[in-house]
Design a binder for this molecule. Structure first.
Ligand code: ADP
Length: 307
């Protein structure tokens, strides 16, 4: 059985001559949370827009639920719930009315939509706000309402463009919790984020994009193990101290060193990293910490001080 819900192959989007998405391939499986990560301008939103059939594909192929987005946009849209970056709610309508209008847009009768709206309001802890004005909602509530709205027509795939950008930590955690809950209910999710920790929290698999291309694809833990290693040494030292440390680590097989502004990151130095951290004896100058997805990005895009 083919459980591939989204299949992108050599997918390209050009704006004029500029390739915002430059020949990327990835697949999303049923009931998976799949992340598209990368810095601003990487091509994440453009990718999402093609999946959501709101921006035409320039070249390559893209299938959603087995359907070609070029020829079956209407059917694809019906299967998708879309959570855009901005909270594009109707400020003139109260919370529940926003959902009712959306349900009508998808052709749901009031009899079908009613219980469905009750359910998503409850799921997103908004039942008590059903009559509230949009203006009176907090940022986190607005975000939850936009996600609830995307679920009114019971899509099997939820597409989220930076679902927690601009939220405070508590509101972010609540959104994460709701997304994990949706996953247990069988929803497949495709999400973009520039928060690497968000991806580590939510995603079963992900791609990291940079300048329209996919740098790597895989499970977050496997990507960290492969590209960053278990532990990373962060150094904030004087140039003189650095020179002597770099000469110390240079000959360790597999070691890599990257510099970003005033911080130097040492990957794969094993027990030597531990020894250096101990010798410096000040975590604000030499800090040994677990590897993360940001390190993966840095390793794959950096130039490397030892090269
Ligand atoms: P991300 O979501 O990763 O921040 P985008 O997909 O929004 O990146 O943008 C990728 C690149 O495409 C950027 O360089 C951006 O300036 C460019 N771009 C996005 N939308 C348009 C557009 N409508 N017209 C021209 N260039 C665009």
């Amino acid at each position: 059985m083919n459980d591939l819900v989204i299949e992108a192959e050599s997918l390209v989007k050009r704006y004029g001559a500029f390739p915002a998405v430059d020949g990327i391939s990835f697949t999303v499986r049923e009931n998976e949370c799949f992340g598209v990560l990368g810095p601003n301008g990487a091509g994440k939103s453009t990718t999402i827009k093609m999946v959501a059939c709101s921006s035409p594909v320039s070249a390559g192929s893209l299938r959603v639920a087995g359907l070609d987005v070029r020829t079956h946009a209407r059917e694809v849209k019906r299967r998708l719930g879309l959570v855009p970056q901005e909270d594009n709610l109707d400020e003139d309508l109260p919370v529940r009315k926003n959902l009712e209008v959306y349900a009508r847009y998808y052709g749901l009768s009031a009899r079908v939509a009613g219980p469905r709206i009750d359910e998503v309001l409850e799921l997103f802890q908004l039942t008590e706000k059903a009559g509230a004005k949009i203006d009176d909602l907090s940022g986190g509530m607005k975000r939850r309402l936009v996600i609830a709205r995307a679920l009114v027509h019971e899509p099997s795939i939820l597409v989220l463009d930076e679902p927690t950008t601009g939220l405070d930590p508590q509101a972010r955690h609540l959104v994460w919790q709701k997304l994990r809950l949706l996953k247990t209910r069988g929803v497949t999710m495709l999400l973009t984020t520039h928060y690497m920790d968000e991806a580590a929290h939510l995603c079963d698999r992900l791609v990291i994009m940079h300048r329209g291309k996919v740098l790597c694809e895989g499970n977050p833990h496997a990507l960290i193990a492969e590209h960053a290693g278990e532990r990373v040494l962060e150094l904030r030292l004087s140039p003189e101290e650095l020179v002597s440390l770099l000469s110390e680590v240079r000959n360790i097989p597999g070691v890599a060193v990257e510099e970003v502004e005033d911080i130097v990151y040492v990957f794969g130095a094993g027990p030597t990293a531990e020894r250096i951290a101990l010798a410096v004896g000040n975590p604000s100058r030499a800090f040994l910490r677990p590897g993360n997805l940001e390190d993966v990005f840095l390793r794959l895009t950096g130039r490397g001080l030892l090269d």
